[in-house]
Design a protein around this ligand. Structure first.
Ligand code: ADP
Ligand code: MG
Length: 150
């Protein structure tokens, strides 16, 4: 098993650096991709999605869809779907928002608290884990993708 064969571990020292890391990731992905974001509250998941939005040419401010569940943005050449599953507690609730259509559709879909969706996440999902450190603005960002070209 090559579970961590393509795992990248990066250090960010500011929100701007996290935006840059997110932009670099988008540049390396195909037109349509699903990105799962993991990390505690305040880790920087929404900050990472702000970087994705910038790289897609989206000018609108990206805010957490904690209450709205899904925010959609029109990018220059492709759309961004920002989903936060934090408040959805059952698989039925997740399916009711049309989750499967988003993750199997066109464009970039970024999912906070993606672990709640379990097996509804596609095998090719890019996994992004953001962890705080003892230094205030420092984050460890681990990016991995499994299930591609098995
Ligand atoms: P989450 O969505 O994981 O709950 P947010 O992105 O909403 O987290 O909040 C992250 C907070 O941490 C923001 O206030 C952001 O400015 C701050 N922050 C400080 N340093 C960083 C960094 N290196 N990367 C990302 N966010 C950072
Ligand atoms: Mg958030």
């Amino acid at each position: 098993m090559n579970i961590s064969a393509n795992e990248k571990r990066l250090v960010s020292t500011s929100p701007a650096e996290t935006w840059q890391i997110a932009g670099d990731l988008i540049a390396s992905l195909p037109r349509s991709a699903v990105i799962a974001l993991h990390g505690d509250l305040g880790a920087g998941k929404t900050c990472f999605v702000q970087g994705i939005a910038k790289s897609l040419g989206i000018d609108k401010p990206v805010t957490s869809p904690t209450f709205t569940v899904i925010n959609e943005y029109r990018g220059e050449t492709r759309d961004l779907f920002h989903i936060d599953l934090y408040r959805l507690n059952s698989m039925a609730d997740i399916m009711a928002i049309g989750f499967e259509d988003y993750v199997n559709g066109d464009g970039i879909t970024a999912v906070e608290w993606a672990e709640r969706a379990g097996e509804l996440m596609p095998a090719s999902t890019v996994q992004v884990r953001i962890e705080s450190t003892a230094n205030l603005d420092e984050r460890i960002i681990t990016i991995s993708q499994t299930g591609v070209n098995p």
